[in-house]
Design a protein around this ligand. Sequence first.
Ligand SMILES: Cc1ncc(COP(=O)(O)O)c(C=O)c1O
Length: 430
Amino acid sequence: MASKVFELIRQEAHRQKYGLEMIPSENYVSKEVLSAMGSILTNKYSEGFPGRRYYGGNEVIDKIENYTIDLAKKLFKVPAAFVQSYSGSPANMAVTMAVCEPGEVVMGLALLSGGHLTHGAKLSFSSIFYKAINYDVRGDDWKIDFSQLESLAKKHKPKLIWTGTTAYPFKLDYRKFRRIADMVGATLVADCSHITGLIIGGVHQSPVPFVDIIMTTTHKTLRGPRGALILVTERGLKKDPEIKSKIERAIIPGIQGGPHNHQTAAIAISLEEALKPSFKKYAIQITRNAAVLAKELGTVSETHLILLSLTNYGYGLGYQAQYALEEAGITVNKNTIPGEPASPFYPSGIRLGTPALTSRGMKEKNMIKIASWIKRVLEEIRGLDLPKEQDKRKDFLKAVKAQLHQNKNLKKIRKEVESFAGKFPVPGMD
Ligand SMILES: Cc1ncc(COP(=O)(O)O)c(C=O)c1O
């Protein structure tokens, strides 16, 4: 009898095909990437690096890893690449270990300003084992506060400064970060996980001329399998000629054991895909789609991502919007907004993006239609008296979901969304 898991995968495939995936860090990988992920390469142990393994039988695996490294160096135009990190968070841990001694100062954008956990958030390794100092975005225009960053850097003398965001709809100016890093002698690391596809496509400035090290996940706009790359620039090699061996040591034995060879091979395939001219078209379309969607929703986006404040509906209602949109077949996530007036658990915004929709071939006119569904859903919940966190009712989330699940207007929108989404092919499935 087939495992129950295959039936659950079928159900998830249905959700991915007939819904609108609008979480900005998600995407659809190709059939070729899926085949490599599901290949026999998962059977092999290969602790170490090409030509320097602890196990025998790695002749082919060495070729795969070297090929992936060469592709990464070519695509990003950097002299050194590491492809074994299991995902973005362990890669950021490896970078931090390579650059800093425990207890030294790391600086990153605050979680509530759209930074990542691994850039110095409370409870993450980055503030448990290092002294984390956070900078913020400004309350008025939501852009990075470089004057605060400069004065914090002068005061705390960080060893490492992170540039990188998870919920920031504006372009980053790496030159400004470099100027501040140079003032205090810090190593500057770009975590471009969200925007790597845009950088490769030429619609966002490249960090390569400005930073010492780059970390990127491979599964967001880059459209590869889950995983991460660590890249060192010419500048980074000059700053610390030992940095390559420090990164290797941080990966293994620092935090990892055997690499996931099936994942490495799938990363190679996604890098081959990103080197094709069609990838540039895809990247341009992501930002065009996001700009139109943002405008229709009454805000702006310069990237793939939209951060929408719902404070005109009340404070802390991001979860209501997330659940209502999910009922309508549209997947987004609740998110804090700068200066969040409610709590990080029940924040006042939603975060949405266009990479996955763009991979399905959707264009600007489709964004106008999608924005109209989103606005209808938001208007629908405005008219409902849904239970709130502030009511201090223990089961309020369950009650919100139950009420939304019965809503006839949301069901009607879902039908429209399903029939629309079903017409667009899904890479890797159709
Ligand atoms: C900017 C950034 N860095 C790192 C990560 C961590 O990646 P992972 O979830 O693969 O550990 C993320 C994931 O959301 C991210 O957005």
